[in-house]
Design a protein around this ligand. Structure first.
Ligand SMILES: [Zn+2]
Length: 341
């Protein structure tokens, strides 16, 4: 694996042991001929070791990860690093600047990997990331949020049948790990094919900063880095969140169009037939209950009170037993709700 070699290059830059470099990878020209860059920062410790990439805003409007990376770079433990940290706070620079999930050609970057040198704009951007970042890494963490008007409980999505990915997922310390299928064209799928363990962190909502998501994302990355031997232990040990693995999840959809009031929040454990929300008309008549099909924990929900019949309202992860879920969620709330910044 290239992780052990002495010479390390990204773009036209060589980064030697003990060096930190900020690199602007040219993606394309904008309409006005100005340059669109993917910003990258590489920190190489004095000792070689794992090469971990942490990236955000692959979907351009999913901004929580940008703040997570900013705080990661400021963290004292990262100053004494073994191995290499490669951060890419904005992968989809076009989407970021237009507050949009997609690129101007309306493609989803996370369905276009590994991309191609001569393809569409999105394919070219995918290829640049694939060649310069993924191929130069031994491990990866990709930071996401819920899509527009949806919010997610901080969670990890990973392919757990790969032992090393499984390890990273459990080290992150969020309440729920979804053992998620590998979707064709996703960054996770190409990482899996290249045998690079990679996890996706999901939390919060697009175009919003969510403090609990930001704190738990930062804490998770540091915990993964510690488990890889890249940083030392934290000075004041905090409670570790033992995750629960969900093999399956389902969406509870609107049984009727109307105006929705949520009756459950993220992290709520629900039983079959329990009321999740109520839809009514503007005068409060004709109340229609939205009920849970199966037991599980709410890992995502809509933020919009206006719903059409068939809209996805609640994302529920299911478990063999919900017994320990209560405790895990309680520990998580304690750790990130009341901890000082
Ligand atoms: Zn996303």
């Amino acid at each position: 694996m290239s992780g052990r070699s002495k010479h390390f290059r990204i773009g036209n830059e060589q980064i030697d042991l003990g060096e930190t470099k900020e690199i602007k990878l040219l993606v394309a020209k904008n309409y006005d001929y100005s340059n669109a860059y993917m910003p990258v920062k590489v920190i190489r410790g004095m000792k070689d070791g794992p090469r971990l990439f942490v990236c955000a805003a692959l979907h351009g409007d999913e901004v929580n990860g940008v703040e997570i990376i900013k705080r990661l770079l400021k963290n004292k433990r990262v100053k004494k690093l073994s191995g290499t940290l490669i951060v890419v706070p904005i992968v989809n620079v076009f989407g970021f600047n237009s507050m949009n999930r997609y690129l101007p050609d309306r493609r989803d970057l996370n369905r276009c990997f590994p991309g191609s040198k001569n393809g569409s704009l999105t394919a070219r951007l995918a290829y640049l990331f694939y060649k310069e970042i993924l191929s130069n890494s031994t491990h990866g963490i990709d930071l996401h949020t819920g899509s527009r008007h949806r919010t997610n409980l901080p969670q990890i999505r990973a392919c757990l049948k790969d032992q090393r990915t499984n390890h990273l997922a459990h080290q992150f310390g969020v309440p729920v790990i979804l053992d998620a299928d590998l979707i064709e064209g996703s960054l996770r799928k190409v990482a899996y094919k290249k045998k690079i363990p990679m996890i996706v962190f999901e939390g919060g909502e697009s175009l919003r900063y969510d403090e609990i998501t930001i704190r738990s994302g930062l804490s998770g990355i540091l915990s993964v880095m510690q488990s890889l031997g890249m940083i030392g232990e934290e000075a004041k040990k905090s409670k570790f969140i033992k995750s629960i693995v969900a093999n399956r999840s389902y969406w509870e959809r609107a049984p009727h169009s109307g105006i929705l009031i949520l009756k459950k929040k993220l992290g709520s454990v629900v039983n079959p037939n329990e009321i999740l929300g109520i839809i009514s008309d503007p005068l409060g008549n004709d109340n229609i209950e939205v009920r849970a099909k199966e037991k599980g924990v709410i890992i995502g929900h809509t933020q919009l009170p206006l719903v059409n019949k068939g809209d996805a309202l609640f994302h529920v992860a299911t478990f063999d037993t919900t017994k320990s879920v209560y405790k895990v969620i309680e520990n998580f709330d304690d750790k990130f709700d009341y901890e000082e910044r």
